[in-house]
Write a protein that binds this ligand. Structure first.
Ligand code: NAD
Length: 501
């Protein structure tokens, strides 16, 4: 009863499944609790899908793809996706609430990374949709005495299972669902157990928009693997679009092999930011790498800072000052200026703390932070932390921590910086700042899906995003992100006899 009087105590609407055009409870009525990362308290209730529910969702998506005009009626689907977009627009406030209370977004981060960026991405998809080449002319070619005309017809791949993480759930859900729908696929969205509400709203608004039954389905449950594994193994599902950890990504490839599943994987990262000694503003470049936004829970965050050895002491002093200035200005759910809140769960908090302990055992020095902060509330608070005297072979430099922990590594020269950036199993993103040509040469040589030169914005809804190596395969966003859900069928016919010489 004390909690009920807390000003920030929120109850989210029940998260319902959406199967074959109906909002529904789980078969048998099971539910699970949604926990606020801020308080550790229950803030909502979600349907706990049974195997029968997942099966029904797959059957509905298959039927909608095979027996309706969804895959061929482009005008109809563009009109519905536009209407859907307007309903999300009208629900911005609720999307913000979900980002705060399910994903633990701080008020100052809600719009930038969670709601605005996601809806802007949606608009970008609508714009680049016009660039999809639905029909390609391959010209004529003689064969066996005849001239043959050839065209490529781009077609939707079929039923898509979209499996998404909790960190920026709206952004990733839109990245997959909107692209798949525009391509003409039908979809089963499977959000993470931590953020079911951000999935359920896709069902609610699909119903309101009037999508044909089975075109969109949403299932989730307490068990992180049950629904996802069913989607991966089922022969009725044509493609799995997954964003999440590298370990689960590998398992999806393995479990998808017997049905030769097409897979599209956006996995983890350990991206390097290289600051060159001729960067126009060395201090700013170093200071801005401080890893605090959304408590460091972003796949493309620059979590390894590489600075020249000759300026390592200077970089340490800059960071010490920057973290000092950031101070204790984080972790208050009601403060609109805060950009950092808790990490998602107790498990994640313990995992991040485990890495902080490990870094010390490995011989790195904590420049700032290092503690769990129960004084911030009953939720999962880890303070901004930064390790120096880090070598790239340490586990804290190689493994994705997914928390507010930056590691700072010294390099000798440009070649050494490139070597360190590339000595990583991951290859998702990264950055380099310095004089343009020198920075561009380095950007060309880092094996990664995107590189930001002098803080150029390399992530946006109208350009492809994806990784190499252990960061995955394929592209999300941009026209490439829509084409990911299609394939090209070639059709040829004879137009006449070939001239013989
Ligand atoms: P996770 O891999 O644990 O879970 C992701 C999703 O997969 C969830 O919906 C989960 O329920 C589901 N899942 C779990 N086991 C499964 C299985 N065996 N088969 C099928 N599905 C299964 O990841 P997470 O903890 O939710 O998210 C954090 C990770 O996601 C980090 O590694 C982060 O780097 C990555 N991430 C990557 C990107 C990107 O675009 N590259 C974006 C955001 C997050």
């Amino acid at each position: 009863e004390i909690l009920a009087e807390e000003p920030n105590m929120t109850t989210l609407p029940d998260a319902k499944l959406f199967i074959d055009g109906k909002l529904c409870d789980a078969t048998g009525g099971a539910t699970f609790d949604v926990i606020s990362p801020w308080t550790g308290e229950v803030v909502g209730k979600a349907a706990d899908a049974a195997a029968a529910d997942v099966d029904a969702a797959i059957a509905a998506a298959r039927r909608a793809f095979d027996t309706t005009d969804w895959s061929t009626n482009v005008e109809k689907r563009v009109a519905l996706v536009k209407k859907y977009r307007e309903l999300f627009e009208a629900n911005r406030a609720r999307l913000g609430e979900l980002a705060v209370h399910e994903a633990g977004a701080a008020q100052g981060a809600v719009n930038r990374a969670h709601v605005d960026m996601a809806i802007d991405g949606w608009d970008a998809y609508m714009e680049v949709f016009n660039q999809v080449e639905w029909e390609k002319d391959y010209g004529e070619k003689p064969a066996f005495g005849y001239i043959h005309k050839r065209v490529g017809l781009r077609e939707p791949v079929g039923v898509v299972g979209a499996i998404t993480p909790w960190n920026v759930p709206l952004y990733v859900n839109i990245g997959k669902v909107v692209a798949a729908l525009l391509a003409g696929c039908t979809v089963i969205l499977k959000p993470a157990p931590d953020t079911p509400g951000m999935g359920a709203i896709f069902g609610e608004l699909a119903k309101e928009a009037g999508f044909p039954e089975g075109v969109i389905n949403v299932v989730f449950g307490a068990d992180p693997a049950l629904a996802g594994e069913m989607l991966v193994k089922d022969p009725r599902v044509d493609l799995i679009s997954f964003t999440g950890s590298t370990g689960v990504g590998k398992r999806i490839m393995e479990q998808g092999a017997p049905t030769l599943k097409r897979v599209f994987l956006e996995l983890g990262g350990k991206s390097a930011k290289i600051v060159l000694d001729d960067a126009p503003n060395f201090a700013m470049e170093v200071a801005m790498t401080m890893l605090v936004f959304h408590a460091g829970q972003g796949c493309a965050v620059q979590s390894r800072l590489l600075v020249p050895r000759s300026r390592y002491e200077e970089a340490k002093a800059i960071l010490k000052g920057a973290y000092g200035q950031f101070g204790d200005n984080w972790g208050d759910v009601n403060n609109p200026a805060h950009i950092m809140g808790p990490v998602i769960s107790r498990r994640q908090m313990e995992r991040v703390k485990g890495y902080i302990d490990l870094g010390q055992e490995e011989g790195a020095t904590l420049l700032v932070g290092g503690n769990i902060r129960p004084d911030k509330g009953g939720g999962y608070f880890v303070e901004p932390s930064c390790f120096v005297d880090v070598t790239n072979d340490m586990r804290i430099a190689q493994e994705e921590i997914f928390g507010p922990v930056l590691v700072v590594i010294a390099y000798e020269d440009d070649e050494d910086a490139i070597r360190i950036a590339n000595e990583s199993s991951y290859g998702l993103s990264g950055g380099v700042s310095g004089s343009h040509d020198r920075a561009m040469n380095i950007a060309r040589r880092v094996r990664t899906g995107s590189m930001s030169v002098n803080n150029g914005m390399c992530i946006a809804g109208d350009i492809p995003f994806g990784g190499v190596k252990a960061s995955g395969m394929g592209a999300e966003w941009g026209v490439e992100g829509i084409e990911e859900y299609t394939f090209v069928k070639v059709v040829a016919w004879p137009t006449g006899q070939a001239q013989t010489a």
